[in-house]
Design a protein around this ligand. Structure first.
Ligand code: ADP
Length: 620
């Protein structure tokens, strides 16, 4: 599949052609900029990432004209044939959690998000409109900067403002999502480690800048908010300011809201502090003794460091700080300043390595010392590649849906339960105690026991929680999200057996009590017999989407792990919250709506499941 990608900004147009069948898949890239009446500058490269970048003058005087010029350019270099177009779209609001096929409804929805990204969405919409007119028969896909951040929890995306404001969509959304997702995957690849094992802080420091806490593959917080104005100091954007400033500027300086917003976007940030938004110039001026430039650098670094510290706390740990974007990739001194003071966390930068970083391609050099507990990695981002991947993924998914037979899978709702180690069985029920078999479960390896345990948290407790036998190596307590509120403890969604860094609860048995970690919300999964797996074209470790429930509450559960093992009876396991969400009361079946093994774009979810495969020792 060949894909053309557009990333249209307010003052430049970037594009790329990707041949997804080959490894070095970006076969052409280009950027039109410096638009004037007399034309613009085109930087372009034909061939893989190692090819030489060239520059020439072109006629287009506007971005719209530049898009119209792309077909001729592609023809000149022999890339005029492609199957689809992917567009970067800044703001997808609360609606779009993943890439979306562009139709009139999608366009209307993106338009409705424009007030949230007034500088960015209009440029993206303009590119979409011209491109739909130029290539009316090709599928076109919108890939949203906000989508990767849909996993940010409510506690992080909620502003403490009146409810009627929040009801209009006023919340934090986050941007640069495609870049942060790419960086997290790139870091995981570099470290040969599942992304789900890593706590990464991704620092995208370009003209626009943001920091993202990627906790085991999922964005849990990011510094840009409802608009791309919040957070770090940027080239011309202020980043965080006191909202009281608006009233002050209106009252004392007679400024209109529109004028204030405009200046916060265009006349603030580095430009306001140092007289230029270009970090190279600022660093030179600072070295020459310019105090404004020195202050700008200090403010910039301090803000970034503050966010990194906050996100390490938000994740409860930190393995990697990743730097990307023009400043993150090129400014060794800015990396040094930002990483200063993290020695208490065990971060030690190797100054020689830091200063000699050279990124010709998509290398990802590490610049910490050998004994540093936290890794610091510098790498280029490639939002266009992510957009091409997401586009390919969406299109192949659509084809598969239309071509695929439908399969029905029985569904069982798992109430809260636990598996105990023999050591814990004896602590709770007395020395030498063996779990008492009550009845068999459908899965041949598991059985319900007579014993019950009380699970006690800081807020409340769950009485009579069922134990499933036989005893396991480690104790694991599986509850629903709702149960975690009863207990007053947050629990992670984990595949069975993946228990590192899980929270501690108290268990009370008939003769004793213990404190143990192992509290999880079980990730949804399907036990599958090898015969069914062959029939459905699936294998262990694949994952699928399953449509469940009927009527108004029917819903599709994505990322459902397939577990294939001799002796398994095919059955999907969901928890009580999931059953309630889909309106399921009794036994039911779900329809498999997709049986494709996803591409790299969903490697995060897949890795999570693969990890499960390694650790999953018994039936849940
Ligand atoms: P955009 O967000 O527009 O894609 P970039 O990622 O290209 O922006 O980053 C632009 C920023 O990177 C500018 O502030 C520029 O000065 C800075 N930059 C580029 N090269 C260097 C360098 N060698 N040293 C310091 N800053 C640099």
């Amino acid at each position: 599949m060949k894909i053309l990608v557009f990333n249209a900004g307010s003052s430049s147009l970037k594009f790329g052609v990707f041949d997804m069948a080959i490894e070095d898949c970006r076969v052409m890239k280009g950027e039109f900029e410096n638009f004037k009446d007399s034309g613009c500058t085109l930087h372009y490269r034909v061939g893989g990432e190692q090819s030489e970048t060239r520059q020439r003058h072109e006629k287009p005087a506007t971005i719209e004209e530049a898009i119209r010029h792309v077909p001729a350019l592609l023809q000149e270099f022999g890339y005029e044939h492609f199957n689809a177009i992917g567009h970067r779209v800044a703001h997808g609001g609360g609606e779009f959690e993943e890439a979306t096929l562009i139709d009139d409804d999608t366009v209307r929805y993106i338009e409705s998000c424009t007030p949230l990204a007034p500088l960015h969405n209009p440029a993206n919409l303009n590119a979409i409109a011209v491109s739909r007119a130029l290539w009316p028969t090709l599928p076109q896909v919108a890939v949203f900067d906000t989508a990767f951040h849909h996993t940010i929890p409510a506690r992080a995306y909620t502003y403490a403002v009146p409810k009627e404001w929040r009801d209009t969509g006023l919340r934090r959304y986050g941007f640069h999502g495609t870049s942060h997702k790419y960086i997290a995957l790139r870091i995981a690849k570099e470290l040969s480690c599942p992304v789900t094992d890593l706590q990464i802080i991704s620092c995208h420091l370009g003209n626009g800048a943001s920091v993202c806490a990627v906790n085991r593959g999922f964005s849990i917080d990011t510094s840009m908010g409802m608009t791309p104005l919040e957070g770090l100091v940027m080239g011309t954007r202020s980043g965080d300011v006191d909202p009281g400033m608006f009233a002050y500027l209106g009252r004392e300086c007679g400024l209109e809201v529109q004028a204030i917003e405009n200046r916060l976007y265009k006349d603030s940030g580095l430009k306001a502090l140092a007289g230029t938004h270009d970090m190279r110039e600022i660093e030179q001026k600072a070295a020459d003794g310019d105090e404004d430039a020195q202050l700008a650098i200090n403010v910039y670094a301090y803000r970034a460091r503050k966010y990194i510290g906050a996100y390490a706390a938000a994740m409860g740990g930190l393995d990697v700080i990743a730097f990307t974007g023009g400043i993150g990739e090129n400014s060794a001194s800015m990396r040094r300043r930002i990483c200063d003071k993290f020695e208490f966390l065990g971060l030690h930068l190797d100054d020689d390595n830091n200063q000699t970083v050279s990124l010709k391609g998509f290398e990802a050099p590490q610049v910490q010392t050998f004994d540093s507990r936290i890794k610091v990695i510098v790498t280029q981002t490639c939002e266009q590649y992510m957009i091409a991947q997401e586009t390919r993924h969406l299109l192949s998914q659509r084809n598969i849906i239309s071509a695929q037979k439908s399969w029905h899978i029985p569904v069982a709702v798992s109430a809260r339960h636990m598996h105990l180690s023999q050591k814990d069985v004896e602590k709770l029920f007395g020395k030498g105690h063996q779990l008492t078999h009550l009845r068999d479960l459908i899965q041949t390896e598991g059985w319900a026991t007579e014993e019950r345990v009380e699970v006690v948290g800081p807020k409340g407790s769950l009485k009579n929680v069922r134990i499933l036998g036989p005893a396991r190596e480690r104790t694991q307590i599986e509850v629903s999200k709702t149960d975690t509120f009863t207990l007053g403890i947050e629990a992670p969604i984990r595949p069975s057996g993946k228990l590192d860094n899980t929270p501690v609860v108290k268990l009370r048995g008939s003769t004793g009590e213990i404190e143990t970690n192992g509290l999880i919300i079980a990730a949804r999964h399907i036990h599958m017999s090898p015969e069914d797996a062959i029939r459905m074209g699936l294998k262990d470790g694949d994952y699928v989407d399953v449509r469940l429930g009927a009527g108004g509450r029917g819903t599709v559960f994505t990322n459902t792990l397939i577990r294939v093992k001799e002796g398994y009876v095919t059955e999907m396991h969901i928890d009580t919250d999931e059953a309630n969400a889909a309106g399921i009361e009794v036994k039911t079946s779900g329809e498999l709506v997709k049986n494709e093994t996803r591409q790299d774009v969903d490697i995060i979810a897949r890795k999570n499941m693969e990890l499960d495969g390694k650790n999953n020792d018994t039936v849940t």
